[in-house]
Ligand binder design. Sequence first.
Ligand code: ATP
Length: 587
Amino acid sequence: MLKTLKFFYSIAWRERRDYIVLLLISIILNVGQPFLNLIIPKFILEELVGGRRPDVLIELAACITLGNMLFMALIHIVKTNLAKCDDWFDRYLNDGISQKSMSMDFALTENPQALNQYRKASEGIAWYSGGMKGLSESVQMFFSYIFTVAGVMFIVAVKSPVLLVVAIFAVVGGSVAVWQTNKCYKIEFEVFPKVNRAFAYVTGSVLEPRYSKCIRLYHAASMMRDQFEETTKQCAKIFGYTAVKIGRWNCIGSLVNFLKNLCIYGYLGYMFLIGNINIGDFALLTGSANTLKDSLQGVLNQVQDLRKKLNFMEEYVKFINMREDTKLGSLPVDTNKIPMIEFRHVSFRYPSVKEYVLKDVNIVIPQGQHLSVVGLNGAGKTTFIKLLCRLYEVDEGEILLNGVNIKDYDYDAYMKALAVVFQDFKLFALSMRENIKLGDSEKEEQDLRSVCELSGLANKIDTLPKGLDTQIYKFFDKEGIEPSGGEMQKMAIARALYKDAPIVVLDEPTAALDPIAEHEVYSHFDKLVGGKTAIYISHRLSSCKFCDMIAVFADNTIKEYGSHEELIKKQGGFYAEMFSAQAKYYA
Ligand SMILES: Nc1ncnc2c1ncn2[C@@H]1O[C@H](COP(=O)(O)OP(=O)(O)OP(=O)(O)O)[C@@H](O)[C@H]1O
């Protein structure tokens, strides 16, 4: 718990020291005001029943009203500034989640536990804990109550020690009720994010264009409604359970409070009637006893509240500190050298899947070679690339780049050596220029133009009034374009070419291209990838002709390897069979 507290306040200390100063001022103000309202009324009452001097009464009234006004004004100023800081922290912490989501091991993005942790982290720093605002409120209250308890205890201990016992009894009773309530929230938090993730998926997907097409065309609305109702039922069950329990403990808390008031007023009323205390002391002691009880209760409540909030916020710390195994290397990559890639006895299975997708894969891709990768659906071609990209770690064997295990290279440097277009690449709702450059601001504008020409995108750009500054999609700009599948693919190819990395991987790059555009890619392939080491995955076997070598994936491994001419001649060969099956329809 203290570690979590330290985690958040060391961020505050590092990034926003003004926040810490404001918190301290706020604590001082929170402590000062109750004492003003306890002590001055005692003197007013004594003056009213005693001397009744108008000038003294005016002075005391001015003291309490102006004092309160001053406190209120200062508290307001501090609160306003704290709110600004809270808002800043909110964005800072959420940014932390986004950064971690983008940097964590790719395999974790498919791991339900990690995805639940992501949910817990976001919900843990938001509505469950109240975020940094909620945490700081508890910290402020905790210290304010501590100092108030110290002051009031002194008054009560001097004037009427019996009241201490009453206050302590009330505090113990009240604390049990609060402790039990917090326990209910904790149980709710343990189970709720999982249900909420399912709920968010169901409600979010009905709006997304890629799902809404399917929903309309396949009449899936009732299936989605069933899913929605199921998740709603689960949410209601969880909330219902906690609401009943919390309600019960709230009633017990109220009962304890009633008994406490009965004891305090009964005892002090009796003392006043028998003349042991005057009216000023009566007011001071009832106020002090109540304040003592409230403050003691406040201390305990805040400890529990802090524990509760820190438990929620700890989920954020866990998420931020998730291990990043794939990023442990530190060697630099020599990007001037044309790379040689080697897979040595590589076996791999996806996390939580028993069967191997790839088993004992061995291949050397020499410097500057253009390798064509073919095979049936699900043969493991894309997985082969994902391993090369360090999106997953191999289970057995090793992958070498220029003779060094790719794990040993500095992750960012290694990523710079790869330009990959996956089948499921994504374009962002940004301009075409931003989509191609993806943050790379170093290269010249003419590089951008030349990759657009090479990928066949230039003609489209020339028809657009805003050219490369045209927005993709209409999320943020109603003049944005909805590119066709082929145009998107050309943009993805342009993006890979613009990166100008020494290894180029194209996974089904022409699947959405028209025959002319596909022909362009085939005939310009050498120009597209130049002398770089390239891997080209395709189901269209005609594409193998412009590659130097072909690797045929089947039975979880590389079944055949050779040039087009070698493999086509192989009697009963897998490649020869696939090629003739496809060629039949072109004859
Ligand atoms: N993230 C994943 N988790 C579990 N299994 C996966 C995952 N991704 C792929 N697979 C499985 O691994 C196998 C190989 O998939 P992969 O995408 O590598 O095949 P492929 O040869 O590229 O197929 P295609 O030609 O259809 O693109 C498939 O059976 C697939 O279902």
